[in-house]
Design a protein around this ligand. Structure first.
Ligand SMILES: [Zn+2]
Length: 143
């Protein structure tokens, strides 16, 4: 046994993903969380993590593709096990800050007459995301 040979985290990760075309979902092939998100075990020291633990595979996919951690990694597609962070239509970043900013702007506009209905429109993806959450609930347990 050569003992100290460590498989790079990138390799460990991508061999559990079925990487397909740019416009397709990239399904996670290993274990998932009860909600359907891919579950990836990270070792201490991997990808700037101070301790070992599990992480959402779509988050790790975003980190490996973009070289930084997203505040929130969201799915534009309805496939929670999807790891296609290359295509924002599948996995994209949504920050808490963006949400707050949009809310503040909407609040300001509400001062003008009728302008409050002029929504920012960018929250459709988020709305879809939330809807998916409630529809699927925890029903899709992994066997
Ligand atoms: Zn997808």
């Amino acid at each position: 046994m050569s003992g100290r040979v460590r498989i790079p985290v990138e390799q460990r990760f991508w061999e559990k993903v079925s990487r397909r075309g740019y416009d397709e979902c990239w399904p996670w092939l290993a274990g998932t969380y009860p909600r359907g998100y891919g579950k990836f075990s990270i070792a201490k020291g991997d990808l700037e993590q101070k301790k070992a633990g599990y992480m959402g595979a779509h988050r790790v996919a975003f980190r490996l593709v973009h070289g930084r951690w997203p505040e929130n990694a969201l799915h534009g597609c309805d496939n929670k096990a999807c790891c296609n962070a290359l295509n924002p239509a599948h996995v994209h970043e949504g920050t808490q800050q963006q949400n707050l900013q949009e809310m503040t702007e909407r609040g300001r506009r509400a001062y003008g007459p009728r302008l409050a209905t002029n929504k920012v429109g960018a929250d459709s993806t988020w709305a879809r995301h939330m809807r998916g959450k409630t529809e699927n609930g925890d029903a899709n347990h992994h066997p």
